[in-house]
Design a binder for this molecule. Structure first.
Ligand code: GCW
Length: 677
């Protein structure tokens, strides 16, 4: 009797211990190996590399060596070499401790993805120097556009209490090469610059430092006035300049390796240098001057637009191009991938390739603000690859966005890339188990944008779930198709910003609340009329096409050559416009929406048969979310087609599935999803 109770308790305990909540991310290698690992130097970072290998590596002894020779110097300060063989011995060589740490994680990744056999001869160095996450986390722990619970930064408990998550966060980032983080929202409050707050930041910086992750803060441009009590925050006012210098000194006294500032200024109502008739360069350079003695940098965002007659897609370019070459050398301009705002599909921002005398850093959005939040499985590796590989033609064919930013075409002192984090307090970190793949993919592409989206998906699946090919094949297909499927059931053919005003999750192409800013309304973007649909950005329209280099400007300008996946981004096309595949535009639109819905249904079909290949918890979570995804895909299709049909006045092609909802019913849906949270 007693024995059976003990047994029962043991079973309960082991179920409890191994219940799978996704918290271990892609870091699941078995521990307790006791591998032999030696190092020729000691430091907190090298000790981490050592411990990771000791506990997880299953091969012959590993040597970690810091060596300063020419061959290794060529790989830069984060680079490393791995040589040897898992049966006889491995060496990891680098000029720095972080190089050894990245090398150790590389070796473990090879083991976990079953790619560690044979003779290894690997030389790696990252494409971007600074690989940084941007947290849009507020000091009250809400997260703007965050869908994974409250912020992981426990400002309420700091500096006294240290959450174990800080170290786990650092480890996960270091394992994919991320080396910096901005802790607070770009919509920043001056409170982020108080001495009390610096003490909290210091604790986080101390936790992240051994993993070689630098800490940055977003600042509010009005801080000198609001926090310092100065008359204004004019960047040319010498008291303001002094205030910033003193403030920066104060920060470095507490955090000697602080990274610098991220700034959103004169954007969406935030203060900035233009409030005083000054330019973005005046504002950025003032901060750069204050940070310079400490080797800090300024990341100044180009996400600016205001309600005006000028096409929103053109505004950042028009504002920043005249400033090219006017920024100090420790300023880098941070540019979102597209000219509007992280839409499901956008062309690349024309600033890439055009702004040549100023370093630019791409900003990608890992959090799925406009891509299904944490309710939908949308793998973004494919979207980001399209962006990196887009040809700007700035120096002739082959001048990809990647090459304009990674130092290949314009050798600037700084190269960097940012991703808006999707991390929160949820057990699985990102709300959706597959949200983790986007965090992972961002890190891997920031390290090497030449990796394929498929390889990254493959690595992530193997490390996060299983190496079983019966799982990998169908699930990789789901991932690889998921972004394009979502574009199809939300905004095909270059449509954009058809979202509900507050939550950016569901469709509201009709949305028109009284007094709303026109450039925040879907009708500003889709321009549906009885004639046709789409935004005319050709030379006879807003002329946004002219911001691109030839021949791209002509390709976009001509409706016959414009890529069809961007047709309605650049053209207002008649409903009966002849598409290349033979259908007219209206029929093609119907077809695309239906295609997307059918793909979402296909994801469910591919997921269900893998039930026995992974743990029941994650299987069921993802299964449930795929159901929601299909349901909401149908919602998107019906809402958009029924609404656009009021203009096209054409039938849904008879061979296609009919809408199952009514337009009025669709208009009644009010999701209770908070704005900015
Ligand atoms: O996409 C928009 C978001 C805002 C965000 C802004 C920005 C942080 O809807 O929530 O604010 O972009 O990037 O600054």
């Amino acid at each position: 009797m007693k024995k059976s109770i003990v047994f029962f308790c043991l079973v309960l305990l082991s179920v409890g211990l191994y219940a799978e909540d996704g918290s271990r991310l892609w870091l699941r290698a078995e521990t307790g190996q006791n591998a032999t690992v030696t190092a020729n130097k000691q430091s907190a970072t090298i000790n981490i590399a050592k411990q990771e290998l000791e506990s997880q590596w299953k091969g012959a002894p590993v040597q970690l060596n810091i060596i300063n020779n020419k061959d290794l110097q060529k790989l830069g300060k984060d680079g490393y070499r791995i040589t040897g063989n898992k049966l006889t011995g491995i060496s990891i060589l680098a000029t720095t401790e972080q190089g050894l740490l990245y090398g150790a994680y590389h070796l473990l990744r090879l083991q976990e993805t079953r790619s560690d056999a044979g003779m290894l001869n690997i030389a790696e160095s990252p494409k971007y120097d600074l690989r940084i996450l941007n947290h849009w986390d507020n000091l009250n722990r809400t997260v703007e556009r965050g869908y994974a619970g409250y912020s992981i930064w426990r400002w309420d408990q700091l500096p006294e209490q240290i959450s174990p998550r800080y170290k786990e966060y650092a480890r996960a980032n270091a394992s994919i090469g991320i080396n910096a983080t901005v802790l607070n929202n770009v919509n920043a409050t001056p409170d982020a610059l108080t001495p009390e707050f610096f003490q909290k930041v210091k604790v986080i910086a101390d936790e992240l430092r051994p993993y070689h992750i630098k800490v940055f803060l977003s600042i509010n441009f009005s801080s000198p006035k609001v926090l310092g009590g100065l008359e204004n925050s004019d960047p040319l006012n010498k008291d303001v300049r002094k205030w910033w210098k003193d403030k920066v000194k104060e920060i470095y006294n507490v955090i000697p390796d602080f990274g610098g500032f991220l700034v959103k200024a004169n954007s969406e109502g935030l203060p900035g240098p233009q409030d005083y008739g000054r330019t973005h360069a005046d504002g950025a350079n003032m901060l750069a001057e204050a940070l310079k003695p400490y080797k800090g940098i300024v990341m100044w965002r180009a996400f600016v637009y205001s309600p005006s007659d000028q096409d929103r897609a053109k505004q950042a370019f028009n504002e920043f191009m005249p400033l090219d070459g006017k920024f100090n050398d420790n300023v880098i301009v941070q540019v979102k991938n597209g000219p509007i705002d992280f839409q499901p599909r956008e062309p690349f921002s024309p600033l890439f390739g055009a702004m040549q005398k100023t370093p630019l850093m791409p900003e990608l959005q890992i959090t799925q603000e406009y891509l299904g939040h944490s309710k939908q499985l949308v793998y973004l590796g494919t979207q980001w690859k399209e962006f990196f590989e887009s040809d700007t033609y700035c120096k002739g064919a082959g001048s990809t966005v990647a090459k304009t930013t990674d130092g290949t075409l314009f050798p600037h002192k700084l190269t960097a890339i940012a991703g808006v984090a999707n991390i929160g307090e949820d057990a699985n970190w990102t709300g959706h188990h597959f949200g983790q793949s986007n965090w992972y993919a961002f890190g891997r592409l920031a390290w090497n944008h030449e990796l394929s989206a498929e390889q990254i998906a493959d690595e992530w699946l193997k490390m996060t779930f299983t190496n079983d090919v019966n799982f990998l094949t169908p699930v990789k297909e789901i991932m690889m198709d998921s972004w394009e499927a979502m574009v199809s059931y939300m905004m095909p053919l270059g449509l954009h910003h058809l979202f509900a005003w507050h939550h950016h999750y569901g469709p509201e192409p009709w949305c028109n609340p009284p007094g709303a800013r026109p450039d925040w309304l879907p009708s500003y973007y889709h321009k549906a009329s009885t004639f046709g649909i789409g935004f005319d950005r050709t030379t006879t329209g807003s002329n946004a096409v002219s911001q691109y280099f030839p021949p791209l400007n002509e390709i976009f300008n001509n409706i016959e050559t414009c890529p069809e996946n961007l047709l309605l981004w650049f053209h207002h096309a008649p409903w009966d416009h002849q598409m290349r595949g033979g259908r007219i535009l209206w029929d093609e639109l119907c077809y695309k929406y239906l295609l997307g819905v059918n793909q979402a249904r296909g994801f469910q079909k591919k997921w269900d048969p893998i039930e026995n290949l992974i743990d029941p918890e994650r299987f069921a979570d993802v299964q449930f979310k795929l159901k929601v995804q299909t349901r909401d895909a149908i919602w998107w299709k019906d809402a958009c087609l029924l609404y656009f049909q009021t203009f096209s006045k054409r039938p849904i092609p008879f061979e296609m599935e009919r809408p199952i909802h009514d337009l009025e019913e669709m208009k009644q849906i009010q999701l209770n999803l908070e704005h900015h949270n």
